[in-house]
Design a protein around this ligand. Structure first.
Ligand code: SAH
Length: 391
């Protein structure tokens, strides 16, 4: 007998609506262990599909495949994972990405729920963020070795999401060897990356296309706020007269400095809290032609939305004041809980308070290697607006 989970009629409706998650409240009966690939049945016993089962998370089921299937669960899952990883990689290869670091597998949007795979040159970084995907790690690793022959595969299994699954937070080499520093190229610039300790899996790969887009408007004096390793500062700085970059982390600013030196782009990189620094620049009467705001997710959960709104509004308001007329503001939010419409409203409120007229030049999102799955808003997290201060 296959492991089986029976869901409620509300769960069945949700599943038919195409969403890949079933919450615990819609689970009626469980004949499975946490991490199993299970057959999902409706309240009247009909087989609805196959899913990864978690006995800890509020997301009890993550659908792998809709519809009935005759065969056993385990081989079905294995073939399916292999085929989907191959399709995900083929799609990335078709994008002609100007970098050797990018996302190969973006979880639900590649129909590989809770799996992330990033490429950094000859190395791969994997995250398995549910019990079921964690158990499928050997299949994922052998598929990646067969298809890509990497020099090493690292599991960056330290995100907090793993705790909700009752999984350990840990970082392990799964295959080959992984050096302390990997050098990659993005948009013609080279970066040293610490795959074990860097934020996310090392770099903010999701902003690559926004850096290219924003560079088309960059000029004059540039201010890059929340610069991390200087991704925006370097790409836009190539077109600007003067560039100042701020990040609260000393380690990040040290990276900006080494990255700017090796790439021959002049950036005045400073450690500082952006909230204080924007206020300070305003007091000094400084002005800029191009400003980038790429803060961390201010709203990590629903409870934090009100504070997050206030934070986004403050930095956008101050940036709009610091901008010369005709200048460009590149403003981002990676909080899934603040959606595109809400973010647009916050930025609009900021413009009203700053008494400036602003036009929307481009509305962008995460790069194409981080696709959004239609009908699954959770997969659309990064908003990037390119705005022009008209007057
Ligand atoms: N723009 C970067 C990614 C930014 S991630 C890129 O394109 O790669 C967010 C960064 O904000 C992190 O590096 C973090 O150290 C920094 N940070 C968080 N809070 C901050 C604050 N109040 N002031 C300045 N930097 C902050």
């Amino acid at each position: 007998m296959n492991p089986t989970v029976v869901i409620s009629s509300r769960g069945e409706d949700r599943l038919r609506g195409g969403h890949p998650w079933i919450y615990r409240a819609d689970v009626v009966d469980v004949r499975a262990n946490g991490g199993d690939v299970v057959q999902v049945r409706g309240p009247r016993g009909r087989t609805l599909g196959w899913a990864l089962y978690s006995d800890r998370s509020q997301i009890a089921l993550r659908v792998l495949k809709h519809g009935p299937s005759e065969s056993d669960a385990a081989p079905v899952a294995e073939t399916l994972i292999r085929n989907r990883i191959a399709a995900a990689i083929a799609f990335r290869e078709s994008l002609a990405i100007d970098a050797d670091a990018y996302r190969l597998v973006h979880g639900e949007a590649d129909l590989l729920p809770s799996l992330v795979v990033d490429r950094y040159g000859d190395y791969l970084v994997v995250q398995t963020l549910s019990q079921g995907m964690d158990q499928l790690t050997p299949v994922v690793v052998s598929t990646l070795i067969d298809l890509l022959h990497p020099k090493g595969i690292l599991a960056r299994n330290d995100p907090r999401a793993r705790v909700l699954e009752g999984l350990e937070q840990r970082v392990d080499v799964l295959a080959g060897t992984v050096p302390d520093t990997v050098t990659i190229t993005e948009l013609g610039l080279t970066y040293d990356v610490d795959l074990r300790k860097g934020q996310k899996t090392g770099l903010f790969l999701d902003q690559r296309e926004n850096r290219t887009a924003a560079a088309a408007y960059a000029r004059g004096r540039l201010l890059d706020c929340f610069s991390y390793h200087g991704g925006f500062a370097l790409v836009l700085g190539r077109r600007c007269r003067e560039t100042i970059a701020f990040d609260a982390s000393e380690e990040a600013i040290a990276r900006v400095k080494s990255n700017t030196a090796r790439n021959g782009v002049a950036v005045d990189a400073r450690v500082g809290n952006v909230f204080d620094e924007l206020r300070g620049l305003e007091r000094l009467g400084e002005r800029f032609d191009t400003i980038v705001l790429d803060p961390p997710a201010f709203a990590k959960n629903k409870a934090a939305i009100a504070n997050a709104r206030a934070g986004y509004k403050e930095i956008n308001l101050r940036a709009l004041r610091l901008l010369n007329p005709g200048g460009t503001l590149v403003t981002c939010s990676c909080s899934y809980h603040v959606d595109e419409a809400a973010f647009a409203e916050i930025v609009y409120d900021a413009s009203v308070d700053a008494h400036v007229d602003v036009t929307v030049v481009e509305k962008r999102m995460q790069g194409r290697d981080h696709p959004v799955l239609l009908g699954v808003p959770e997969t659309y997290y990064l908003k990037c607006f390119i705005l022009r201060k008209v007057g």
